[in-house]
Write a protein that binds this ligand. Structure first.
Ligand code: CA
Ligand code: CA
Ligand code: CA
Ligand code: CA
Length: 454
C-alpha cells in the first residue's frame, strides 16, 4: 500500500522540507509576486509547458514604511523569470526573461502588485500591474492606476496594452470575472501609504472592468464607509454568499488598516455590491495581507485568512451569507500566534501570506513571510488539517524555513509548484528595509516525497 510517511491516524502530517534557498537580486523594493504558466522553455518559447513563470513588481519605492520616503528616483519595473524546467540544481530553475519598465504613461511610475491573468482572451496569460505614487514632494508624483501588458511572443514577450488611472494610488490587486461576461476584471485596494495623508478618507476599493479586449473601463469606486480615514490593504476575491442570482459572482474581501475590521463586498449583480463588516472577536486586526481558501473540506471556497502586523494569523470561516465565523475563545483557535516568545526565529514585522498545497493531499496549507533582517528571514508554514484548523507549533523549528542570508524583510510570498513534482514550492519577494538594501526573491524547492510502505 501507499501511505504518507509519518502520518498517524490521519492526524499528524509530515512537515515538508526544502532545498536551501536560492536568492536572486531583482532591484530596489520588490513587493508583489505572482506565479503562472505564461511562457514555454527557451527553445520553444511560444509553447506553454505547465511550468510556472514568476513575475515580481520591483517598486523602486520603499513600500514597507508607512510614511512616504526612500524613492530611488527610478521607474518601477516588473521582472519576469522564465521557468527553465531544470530544477536538478535549484539555482538553474529560473532565467531572466524580460524587465518591463513601467514608463508608458509617466517616467516616475511606482509598481506595487502584479497578477497573471488572460485579459485579452487569447488563452495566454498577461500581466496586470497596480501602480502607486512616489510621493515625491507631494501626493501627486507619478501616474497610478492599473496597467496591462499582454503576451505577444517574441524576444520581449510582454507588450504594453492599456493603462487605466484610479482616483487614488493603489497597491493590493486581485483579478476575477466580476460581471460574469467571460473576461477578467480587476479590483484594487488603496495604497497603505495613503494613511500618511489624513486629509482624505480613503477606505476605497476600485473595480475596473474589462471591455472584452483586455482594455480597461473607467473604475467604479466603492467607499467602504464615511467614518474612517484608514486605507484598505489587500483585496481578495472569493465566493462568500449564496444569494440567488449572485451566488456565482466573485465577491471581495478587504480590511481597513488600523480600523480593526474586515469587510466583505457581496457582488449582487456585477454592478452593485452589499457590504458586511466583521469585527474581530478577540485579537485586533491590522491585516497586512489576506488570502482566500477552503480550509474545511466540502465547503465553498469562502474562508479568509488575514495576517496582522503583530504576527497573528486570523482564520475567518465563511458562513455562506457573506459573513464570517471567527472563534478565538475555545479549543479550536481561529487566532494563531505565530510567535511571541518560545524561541521561534521570527522578528514580528508585517509580511505576506499565501494558501496552497505543501504536503500530500488536498487540504490547503498556508505560508507566511516572516522575519526581518537578512539572516533572520523565514517562511513559516502551517499545515491544514482539513477541518479549519492547522498543524503548527511555534516551538518546532521544522515550521520555519530559512529564506537565505540575502533575504531582507520578506513582505510577499506565494506557493507554486515550480518543478512540477506535485508539491508546492515557495517564492518570497524580499523588499528590504532601507534604500541601501538590495531587493531579492527567494526560491524554496519542496523536497517532500511520498514513500511506499511494505
Ligand atoms: Ca512555463
Ligand atoms: Ca492574453
Ligand atoms: Ca468581466
Ligand atoms: Ca514542487
Amino acid at each position: 500500500m501507499v501511505a504518507l510517511a509519518g502520518e498517524v491516524n490521519g492526524q499528524i502530517q509530515k512537515i515538508p522540507e526544502f532545498e536551501p534557498a536560492v536568492v536572486i537580486g531583482v532591484g530596489s523594493f520588490p513587493w508583489g509576486i505572482a506565479a503562472g504558466d505564461a511562457l514555454g522553455p527557451p527553445l520553444e518559447p511560444n509553447d506553454l509547458d505547465g511550468y510556472p513563470e514568476i513575475a515580481v513588481a520591483v517598486g523602486q519605492l520603499n513600500l514597507y514604511r508607512l510614511i512616504p520616503g526612500d524613492w530611488t528616483g527610478e521607474t518601477g519595473q516588473v521582472v519576469v523569470f522564465r521557468n527553465t524546467q531544470n530544477w536538478t540544481n535549484p539555482a538553474d530553475g529560473l532565467d531572466f526573461a524580460q524587465v518591463i519598465e513601467l514608463d508608458e504613461v509617466h517616467p516616475n511610475t511606482i509598481s506595487a502588485d502584479v497578477k497573471w491573468a488572460d485579459m485579452d482572451g487569447d488563452d495566454r496569460l498577461d500581466l496586470v500591474i497596480s501602480a502607486t505614487t512616489h510621493f515625491d514632494s507631494s501626493s501627486a508624483g507619478g501616474a497610478w492606476g492599473i496597467y496591462v501588458y499582454r503576451y505577444a511572443g517574441g524576444v520581449e514577450p510582454f507588450e504594453f496594452l492599456d493603462y487605466e488611472p484610479t482616483t487614488y494610488p493603489v497597491r493590493g490587486l486581485t483579478v476575477a470575472d466580476f460581471d460574469n461576461d467571460g473576461d477578467m476584471d480587476v479590483a484594487a485596494a488603496v495604497d497603505l501609504l495613503e494613511e500618511s495623508l489624513p486629509e482624505f478618507a480613503r477606505d476605497y476599493i476600485s473595480i475596473i472592468k474589462n471591455d472584452g479586449t483586455g482594455h480597461l473601463l473607467p473604475e467604479d469606486l466603492y467607499d467602504l464607509a464615511s467614518d474612517s480615514s484608514e486605507p484598505t490593504t489587500a483585496v481578495v476575491a472569493g465566493l462568500f454568499d449564496k444569494t440567488p442570482g449572485g451566488a456565482t459572482l466573485p465577491d471581495l474581501f478587504t480590511s481597513r488598516w488600523d480600523w480593526s475590521d474586515g469587510v466583505s463586498m457581496t457582488n449582487l449583480d456585477g454592478t452593485s455590491y452589499s457590504m458586511t463588516f466583521t469585527a474581530p472577536s478577540c485579537a485586533s486586526w491590522n491585516f497586512t495581507d489576506i488570502a482566500v481558501g477552503r480550509f474545511t473540506s466540502g465547503k465553498l471556497v469562502d474562508d479568509v485568512v488575514g495576517l496582522s502586523g503583530d504576527g497573528t494569523l486570523s482564520v475567518l470561516h465563511g458562513d455562506g451569507n457573506a459573513g464570517f465565523i471567527h472563534d478565538c475563545s475555545g479549543g479550536n483557535q481561529d487566532d494563531i500566534y505565530l510567535s511571541t516568545s518560545g524561541g521561534a526565529p521570527l522578528t514580528l514585522v508585517p509580511g505576506g501570506l499565501d494558501v496552497g498545497h505543501l504536503n500530500a493531499g488536498t487540504k490547503q496549507d498556508i505560508v507566511v513571510a516572516t522575519g526581518g533582517d537578512a539572516g533572520n528571514a523565514t517562511a513559516t508554514i502551517l499545515l491544514g488539517n482539513g477541518d479549519g484548523t492547522f498543524q503548527y507549533n511555534r516551538l518546532n523549528g521544522g515550521y520555519f524555513i530559512d529564506l537565505g542570508v540575502l533575504a531582507h524583510r520578506p513582505l510577499r510570498i506565494t506557493i507554486a509548484d515550480l518543478d512540477q513534482d506535485g508539491f508546492g514550492d515557495i517564492i518570497s519577494s524580499n523588499h528590504g528595509e532601507t534604500i541601501n538594501d538590495v531587493g531579492t526573491i527567494s526560491v524554496l524547492i519542496n523536497t517532500f516525497e511520498l514513500i511506499s510502505l511494505p
